[in-house]
Design a binder for this molecule. Structure first.
Ligand SMILES: [Zn+2]
Length: 132
């Protein structure tokens, strides 16, 4: 099987290998116990390529994954239920390995969308509070 190393594991520093459907740490071992149940040992870092499918992103690309492994975050483009594209940060998470940070806006997307005047007042207040 053609396996490619695409970066270093955020959790243990091992190599991250690209497989057909996921990116996985070389130190993640799947072991079958005496009852025939599978469990994993070692590092638990694995990210499925379709991990954000429910947010409208069918595949996390190698390029995105490489950036994520280096910087612990990467901007990804998602599609809302209404069919609108929007961008969010995918960030490192101890439990899920990668997750969407819905609380943080990606700035260059904000600029593309016209803001209503009433919203402007609100965001100005937000900014003021933030600086205090
Ligand atoms: Zn690892």
């Amino acid at each position: 099987m053609d396996e490619k190393i695409i970066g270093k594991c955020i959790k243990c520093g091992g190599n991250i290998i690209e497989k057909e459907k996921y990116y996985v740490c070389e130190n993640r071992k799947a072991i079958k116990d005496e009852n025939g149940n599978w469990h994993t040992e070692g590092c638990d870092f694995i990210v499925f390529k379709d991990t954000f499918r429910r947010f409208g992103k069918n595949k996390l690309t190698v390029k995105e994954m490489k950036k994520f492994l280096k910087e612990k975050e990467v901007v990804v483009e998602l599609v809302s239920k209404n069919g609108n594209n929007y961008k969010k940060y995918a960030i490192f998470d101890e439990k899920w390995n990668i997750k969407i940070d819905f609380d943080t806006n990606v700035e260059n997307v904000k600029k593309e969308k016209p803001v209503k005047e009433e919203n402007l007042t609100e965001s100005a207040e937000d900014t003021l509070t933030f600086h205090i």
